[in-house]
Design a protein around this ligand. Structure first.
Ligand code: ATP
Length: 535
């Protein structure tokens, strides 16, 4: 599937719009349209229901070491600035960027890609920031221009090695930047903090600076004690949160995949340190299964365990659930969710202060005066088991998913083109979004075949019967074939049509989106029939 087709369908049918589009848009920000809001809400609801509300606190789920409890939180986006100092985001949450002194553009260091090329006795690294599909074409054009060659002379370009990241290049003096005419205009990489800064209150001094949260997780850690004190949860248990996060990404791109404002669905799961490896395995497999159950299966979805040298010092395991998005080069995958074993790092940091590694041990970071540089809350965030009386800081397993990346993967997976007969019986290309029924924005559409003879009245009666149970849509405009097509593009699993026969025997046809099968059902039984098939 070509990405342009999906992007154009998303706009045409109201899944996604560029934010502030009438003012030319704002890079890295997106709005969900009437169909998109339902789709994304269904993704978040499915997650919340499957992880939290429908979770049975007393049963042992498949693969889990024992039964566990789940609960939820909804924390503020702006938190005490000390949270981010202690969590490490204030000092460490940055990407490297490079600036171009000629074009005045800024790029993320690891995202600029290019290739070494030689011609006329000169060797340069031509760089591009183009999307994967047009990368080589863009590089060729740049190289031809730089060497002052014409298209027909492309053979005289001697390419060296594959397209690689600018991060592999040490010396930029031979690099022709993505928007530069000649080499040597890129500055050395510099750190850039990804947190959005804002001012709280009317005084507007630097002391009032605060940050929009770059992840939802910290709200859970700082409320750990509140949850323990206000509920009867016992370790092992999980706290879930869904909400907006903000990162000032240097180069937002690939549709909603890398946005500056996005939504996360995160769980912090607290367990006894001795059991944490088993819980890590459990959550890794449980979360992978969740995507497959909702229709992301096969070669496009994979679980990738990080290598030991990729792990943070406190972690004994991290895995990413990844999807082969169509905008990535063949064979490359993009992260949908990370599942990390975080040890006691977060709770301990919020107790004691920002932790750093010292001689293979975690220790509170000290300033030149020997005092802790980033102080924690000083509150006791340990847990006492009321049966064994043991007191310890629980270990944490963190499944951290992106609601927008998940939604985008479900959109990509759903897109299909096939052949189906039109109103005249001729085969036409049909675009159909094959969403899992739980995720489909509209579950059923109801049409009167024609706008007369009492058909609209019966169709509206059916529509009203469906409405309390599901998102249903009524449409009486245009040829019925076109109405089916519109619902196929919206991904509506069932279309119900009231026709001439309906007025005589009170039956209607139900059409299935994927199989195109049609069958008759009594009008009075439609609600039960659709509900049964959606279950
Ligand atoms: P990446 O390496 O792609 O920037 P990350 O490893 O920094 O992602 P995490 O900090 O682990 O991401 O965040 C957890 C999840 O939040 C990611 O798996 C992703 O689904 C989502 N996410 C993170 N950054 C963005 C973004 N800029 N736009 C959309 N979703 C994001």
């Amino acid at each position: 599937m070509e990405m342009e087709k999906l992007v154009s369908l998303c706009k045409r049918r109201g899944f996604l719009f560029q934010s502030s589009e009438i003012y030319g848009g704002l890079n890295g920000f997106w709005d969900y349209g009437p169909l998109g809001v339902e789709l994304k809400r269904n993704v978040k609801d499915a997650w919340w229901r499957d992880m939290v509300t429908a979770h049975d606190d007393f049963a042992i789920p498949l693969g889990a070491p024992e039964a566990y409890e789940m609960t939820g939180l909804d924390c503020s986006i702006i938190m005490h600035p000390q949270v981010w100092k202690v969590s490490g985001h204030y000092d460490l949450f940055h990407d490297f960027m490079v600036d171009c002194t000629e074009s005045k553009k800024r790029y993320r260091h690891d995202q600029v890609r290019g290739r070494w090329v030689e011609a006329k006795g000169k060797r340069v690294f031509v760089a591009t920031s183009a999307e994967a599909e047009s990368e080589q074409a863009d590089l060729q054009q740049k190289a031809l221009k730089f060497f002052n060659l014409r298209g027909k002379d492309a053979d005289s370009l001697a390419w060296e090695g594959p397209v690689v990241s600018l991060a592999t290049v040490q010396d930029f003096s031979q690099v022709v930047g993505p928007d530069a005419k000649g080499p040597g205009t890129l500055t050395p990489p510099r750190e850039f903090n990804l947190m959005f800064k804002t001012i709280v209150g009317a005084l507007g001094t630097e002391e009032d600076a605060a940050f929009l949260r770059p992840e939802t997780a910290q709200g859970i850690f700082v409320n750990f004690k509140n949850v323990l004190d206000s509920t009867r949860v016992r370790v092992p248990f999980g706290i879930a949160q869904v909400g907006k996060s903000f990162r000032n990404e240097i180069t937002p791109r690939n549709f909603t995949f890398r946005s500056r404002e996005f939504e996360q669905m995160e769980i912090e799961f607290f367990c006894h340190p001795s059991q944490s490896p088993q819980w890590y395995q459990y959550w890794r497999d449980r979360r992978f299964r969740w995507y497959t159950e909702l229709g992301l299966a096969g070669e496009r979805l994979r679980l990738r365990e990080h290598h030991a040298d990729e792990l943070s010092h406190y972690s004994c395991g991290t895995a990413d659930i990844e999807y082969a998005f169509p905008f990535l080069p063949p064979g490359e995958f993009g992260e949908l969710e990370g599942i990390a074993h975080r040890g006691d790092f977060d709770l301990r940091s919020h107790m004691e202060g920002k932790l750093v590694r010292e001689d293979d041990q975690l220790a509170v970071e000290k300033g030149p005066d020997g005092k802790p540089r980033r102080r924690g809350s000083g509150k006791d965030l340990s847990y006492r088991d009321d049966i064994s009386n043991e007191r310890y800081i629980p270990h944490v397993i963190e499944p951290s998913a992106g609601a927008d990346r998940g939604t985008l993967a479900f959109l990509c997976e759903a897109y299909h083109e096939d052949q189906a007969p039109d109103d005249k019986g001729d085969l036409q290309t049909r675009v159909v979004m094959k969403f899992h029924p739980r995720l489909a924005p509209i579950k059923a559409a109801v049409f009167p075949l024609v706008k007369k003879d009492g058909m609209p009245e019966l169709a509206l009666e059916i529509y009203r019967g469906l409405k309390p149970h599901m998102t249903a849509f009524y449409d009486e405009k245009g040829a019925v074939g076109r109405r089916y097509r519109r619902q196929d593009e919206a991904g509506t699993p069932f279309c119900i049509t009231v026709d001439g026969q309906s007025l005589q025997d009170k039956t209607v046809t139900v059409r299935h989106r994927d199989t195109l099968e049609q069958w008759r059902v009594k009008a009075d039984d439609v609600v039960d029939e659709i509900r049964r098939r959606l279950a």
